[in-house]
Design a binder for this molecule. Structure first.
Ligand code: NAP
Length: 226
């Protein structure tokens, strides 16, 4: 896309001070418009403190508390890449969320929670499920739009999917042969639903595209172009 990018592949033994110092340096660099810290970090590092050190204007992942708060209020500069990529797909295929039963499985800060919020902003009736949810299969079977962000291979079976549902598979898992796959039992679910995202080649590329979109927006904001 013609974006310049700099990669800092730091050793696992990097200290908190060293990492924070690098983030602060990048915050000040005018030729850097977006900063992405690849998570998870090694256990001795405090990822929350590192994310909070990123300038909210350069937080193209939209993980900083300021950006998360703005998303809750519906007044955001950046949307988290994976949920925003999912919404982009729904818009592209003219799938109206308004009034639909939307079930999101997973409540992580990166996927599940913001995903639910974006569906709510578009007037979906949203249910968020997690590992303590009771009657998960029945809840899923009522979903018009089902988003799986669990991280478990073939977790969503055909019995859990309503006829004609839209199934979005966020999972990036490995099957018994070590091949990349999603949370949905694709082969058995695909004939039951109206739309389904494959893994690989579904949500993943949309995540990257949104990251680029956010970075372009960050560059515009920082240069007073919008
Ligand atoms: P995470 O932080 O591990 O969250 C997983 C969620 O699944 C948790 O909320 C957990 O519930 C819930 N869960 C686990 N077991 C469950 C069960 N038996 N029933 C119902 N809910 C259950 O993972 P994440 O970061 O959100 O990522 C989820 C998946 O998406 C992973 O496979 C990840 O690799 C993938 N991913 C893909 C992209 C992409 O671009 N395609 C981007 C990000 C992530 P609790 O909260 O109760 O533990």
């Amino acid at each position: 896309m013609g974006f310049k990018s700099e990669e800092y592949a730091l050793p696992a033994k990097t200290t908190q001070e060293e990492l924070l110092s690098l983030v602060k340096t990048l915050n000040k660099k005018e030729d850097i418009n977006g900063i992405l810290v690849q998570l998870p970090l090694p256990k001795h590092l405090d990822d929350k403190a590192v994310i909070e050190a990123i300038s909210p204007l350069k937080d193209v992942d939209a993980f900083h508390a300021v950006n998360v708060g703005k998303i809750m209020l519906g007044e955001y500069d950046f949307l988290p890449c994976t949920p925003a990529g999912v919404m982009e797909m729904l818009h592209y295929y003219d799938i109206d969320v308004s009034g639909k039963n939307c079930v999101v499985i997973g409540r992580s800060n990166i996927v599940g929670k913001p995903m639910a919020m974006l569906l709510l902003h578009e007037n979906g009736t949203v249910t968020i499920c997690h590992s303590k949810t009771k009657n998960l299969s029945q809840i899923c079977a009522r979903a018009d739009i089902l988003v799986a962000a669990v991280g478990k291979t073939k977790f969503i079976t055909a019995e859990m999917v309503k006829d004609g549902a839209v199934v979005i598979d966020v999972g990036m898992d490995r099957d018994e042969y070590g091949k990349l796959c999603g949370d949905v039992d694709f082969e058995n679910v695909k004939n039951k639903c109206s739309y389904i995202t494959p893994v690989p080649g579904g949500v993943g590329p949309m995540t990257i595209a949104t990251l680029m979109k956010n970075t372009l927006k960050a560059a515009k904001i920082q240069n007073n172009i919008i």
